[in-house]
Design a protein around this ligand. Sequence first.
Ligand code: CUA
Length: 331
Amino acid sequence: MRRGSIVRITIYGVLAGVVASVVAVLIPWLPTSASEEFDRIEFVFWFTTVICIGVFAVVAAAIVYSVLKFRVQPEDESDGPPIHGHTGIEIVWTAIPAILVTAISVVSAVVLAKNDDAGPNPNRIAVTAQQFAWRFEYPGDPKVVSGELVLPLGKATKLTLHSLDVIHSFWVPELGQKSDAVPGIETTLVITPNRTGEFSLVCTELCGLGHPTMRAPVRVVPQAAYERFLQSAGEAAGDQTDGETIFTSAGCGSCHTFRPAGTTAEVGPSLNDLEPGEEPLEDFIRESIADPNAEITSGYQPDVMPATFERTLTQEQLDALVQYLVEGQQQ
Ligand code: CUA
């Protein structure tokens, strides 16, 4: 190869690398990280991307050079020379990718192991997914249950994920970690937030009609504020008869519009101005919660609302919820 062709190939390679780097860097592909785990995931992402840009630049340079230099001349109908391989080049193009892929595997394995390691004494929160809401149980006595995920800053929190019905998936983009919640088994995630803020938990597994509405608010707060939250939520949880708290923690508002609770979702029928027909209003509401398929509002489909609430709510909670809905009719 002459010196001139090496210079030209290098120029094409640098140009291709610059174009790919601009696309990689100028477009904000990733949300701004808010956890140690996501910082590591970002490192793997960029480690892999830089390797890809390098390989792309070499391949693009070879193609552009060949297209310009070796294109067929007008009137040239002859065949190209027969080539039977080149052991040297074959060794190079096998060895280099093998080294790169091994490097990516090692880096990924180290990051996966670190991101799964919660340390000796993590904060623990149990996450329950069901169509179409998230529920969070914090340690404490009485147990604190909330529809909001609150995480302490700078401390590893180990989440255990459960599902009551179908497969859902837990993902807070800024916190990086992601895992399915699968019925019958327990999956775990470790999150160590490194900046405060308000984020959104989204379900990323198509789980039914209300899938796009299956979201929950997430807050990262300093340790002191986290303890205050647990304390005040604990006091509220001590009061098992607060209908509004149950409405929120059971996730009713993620599917139903209800004026007193300020919810506006439209997956299921509105709970304002209910028309029970023959039955007393209270019985109608109780039946609709325990056995959602008993009576289907016209325009809605059966089997959308989970039939699990009779199991997951205590008798007192169910009474309080029914009372809350009955009282809300007059408002
Ligand atoms: Cu739960 Cu999608």
